[in-house]
Design a protein around this ligand. Structure first.
Ligand code: ADP
Length: 197
């Protein structure tokens, strides 16, 4: 499923983000940047030790990464050139600023990519695994924030493509539903027929 926003392709697909050949993939990290389970573990396993070394250097220099912020490292052995590491919110019921923190994680990740001159970015579904953010809510926050980032700025952004690479069917469908809802509210150009991965 695919739409165009501010001159940038926004695509949803089902798959494994560690296999994406893009300028940068985004990692849903934790504040210690030491790897872990889920997508974080998969990225470190596939990318090799250079990513962890770079993360350790960052933590040595600037301390733990607060939720909602983002940093960039090499992609190591990954097909992606870089990894942007961001930290999403842990879900505590929705009244602890979770939506703002999740929005910030997407926005800051895109800002880092633009600052580094990158053109293609792939996101996983941040916070909807171990961090427990309800999938339907997270999908709407994610797509709304990406949409507003791509619409902002005079004449759009330099980004060519933003992809969401969603690991399982259920997650893909939640994002497809959310994209339709966001698109209906805003009348996005190029919204295709009903979703298929
Ligand atoms: P969080 O701490 O942000 O909740 P998780 O890694 O537990 O992080 O889950 C976030 C999402 O990443 C989940 O939808 C999970 O299914 C997905 N995921 C796990 N491995 C991969 C992968 N290799 N590629 C893309 N998404 C993945």
């Amino acid at each position: 499923m695919e739409v165009v926003i501010g001159g940038t392709q926004l695509r949803l697909l089902q798959g494994d983000i560690t296999r994406e050949r893009v300028d940068t993939i985004v990692n849903s990290a934790n504040s210690g940047l030491m790897g872990g389970g889920g997508v974080d573990g998969a990225i470190h396993r596939a990318g090799g030790p250079a990513i962890l070394e770079a993360c350790k250097r960052i933590v040595r220099e600037r301390g733990r990464l607060p939720a909602g912020q983002a940093v960039i490292t090499t992609g190591g052995l990954l097909p992606a050139r870089h990894v942007v590491h961001t930290v999403g919110p842990v879900w505590h019921g929705g009244r602890s600023g979770e939506a703002d923190t999740l929005s910030s994680a997407y926005r800051e990740s895109l800002s880092v990519a633009v600052r580094e001159g990158l053109r293609t970015v792939a996101f996983p579904s941040i916070s909807t695994g171990a961090y427990g953010y309800p999938l339907d809510l997270a999908a709407r926050v994610a797509l709304r924030e990406v949409q507003s980032f791509l619409e902002g700025g005079e004449g759009g952004t330099p980004l060519e493509e933003v992809r969401f690479v969603l690991f399982d069917r259920r997650t893909y469908e939640a994002y497809a539903d959310a994209l339709s809802a966001v698109a209906e509210g805003k009348g996005l150009a190029g919204l295709g027929p009903p979703p298929k991965p």
